[in-house]
Design a protein around this ligand. Structure first.
Ligand code: SF4
Length: 373
């Protein structure tokens, strides 16, 4: 079954570290955007079975529940949605209330992912977030009280001015909240963001590598103690609440994205929609609404499969690889496997192999070994 993604490119204000395709001050496009997404959905080949739907952003919670409902209606009319489908809406704390969550739950939304990022007001201000730490906590409770119990939060570490103690304090707040999933990222400084500019001009300083490493360790220890399994590089889940939608990306399953800059992987093709909102609104559903389109040949497919699978704790499943590609991982990557096993960056599992803790520390190096010229 495929996964469906809807990109909602609107934000109240651009955060200082963000280079995601999201825009502020363009809310006047929202109605036309909803119509365009519905048009794009209706022009996709009908009848595919899907078991995940994910509204990501941007800030999907800037859409009224009725607007999310209109898109869900198109999706349900067009796709065969599994009875137990995971249907996620990303939300920011400033745009979530118990009533809003009740309205979403009535539409079938059964999972919410909250962009909290930090429980420290100073860090939130520094990052340019529009909510406070208290609003973050209240938002999680509002989601729970509104009847959605599968709750994920996003947090970050490695921030300028942050200490390991502050990271531990964030973990303590997390422990007090009813969340069963967390995505916890080390800050990546993207070029040409205001944060990048400040760092370049020496207006603030990142923690050094050792400090960031210690913050990461503090996160791992706390999440382990709280009973979360570390199932993907930045993802933790308890009670089996893995993100089924995100697992599709890592397990080489097909997905189709709708909305400006949404990405798709379907029938051996990857494509991304144009990011410009008015242009997307004009072209949605047409062939030229794709900004780029790449056919994935077998060579690229085996590479993608391996490095995506290695993001997950369970790693590469040799039997699954053979079933998909008709050959063994050894046939394709014998040298790479032997080298990474010898370097103790990979370890054998009953089903195949996975990254070790050392491998995770050098993740980009490990992934790059599976990319052939
Ligand atoms: S809310 Fe999220 S998508 Fe919007 S600007 Fe901030 S980080 Fe970017």
């Amino acid at each position: 079954m495929i996964g469906l993604y809807v990109h909602v490119p609107f934000c109240v204000k651009k955060c200082r570290y963000c280079d995601f395709p999201s825009y502020s001050g363009v809310e006047s496009y929202i109605d036309a955007y909803v119509d365009a997404v519905c048009r794009e959905i209706s022009l996709f080949p009908r009848g595919e079975q899907a078991d995940t739907v994910y509204f990501g952003g941007g800030t999907p919670s800037l859409l009224r529940a009725g607007q999310i409902g209109s898109i869900m209606k198109c999706i349900e009319a067009h796709f065969d949605i599994a009875a137990d489908a995971e249907i996620t809406v990303e939300a920011n704390p400033d745009s979530v209330s118990c009533q809003y969550v009740r309205e979403l739950a009535a539409l079938g939304i059964n999972r919410m992912s909250l962009g909290i990022q930090s429980f420290d007001d100073g860090m939130l201000r520094f990052l340019g977030r529009v909510h406070t730490a208290d609003e973050g906590k209240r938002a999680v409770q509002a989601v729970w009280d509104g009847g959605v119990r599968n709750i994920s939060i996003d947090l970050m570490y490695g921030l300028p001015g942050q200490t390991e103690e502050m990271v531990r304090a964030d973990m303590e707040v997390l422990a007090s909240l009813p969340v069963c999933h967390a995505s916890i990222y080390s800050l990546i400084v993207e070029e040409h963001t205001p944060l990048w500019d400040d760092l370049r001009k020496g207006r603030c300083l990142l923690p050094n590598d050792e400090e960031i490493e210690q913050m990461g360790q503090a996160v791992h220890r706390a999440m382990h103690r709280l009973g979360f399994s570390h199932y993907e590089i930045s993802s933790y889940a308890k009670d089996g609440c893995l993100s089924r939608h995100n697992c599709k990306y890592w397990q080489y399953e097909p997905y189709v994205g709708f909305g400006p800059s949404a990405h798709s992987f379907y029938h051996d093709e990857r494509w991304a929609n144009i990011a410009n909102i008015p242009l997307y609104i004009r072209k949605a559903g047409r062939e030229d609404a794709a900004a780029e389109r790449v056919v994935i040949d077998r060579n690229r497919a085996v590479e993608d499969y391996c490095f995506l699978a290695l993001r997950m704790r369970k790693g590469i499943d040799y039997a699954d690889f053979r079933q998909r590609f008709g050959c063994s991982v050894e046939d394709e990557f014998a040298d790479v496997l032997h080298r990474l096993l010898a370097q103790k960056m990979l370890e054998a599992t009953p089903a195949g192999c996975r990254m070790t803790a050392l491998g995770r520390d050098y993740g980009n190096y490990v992934f790059s070994q599976f990319i052939r010229e």
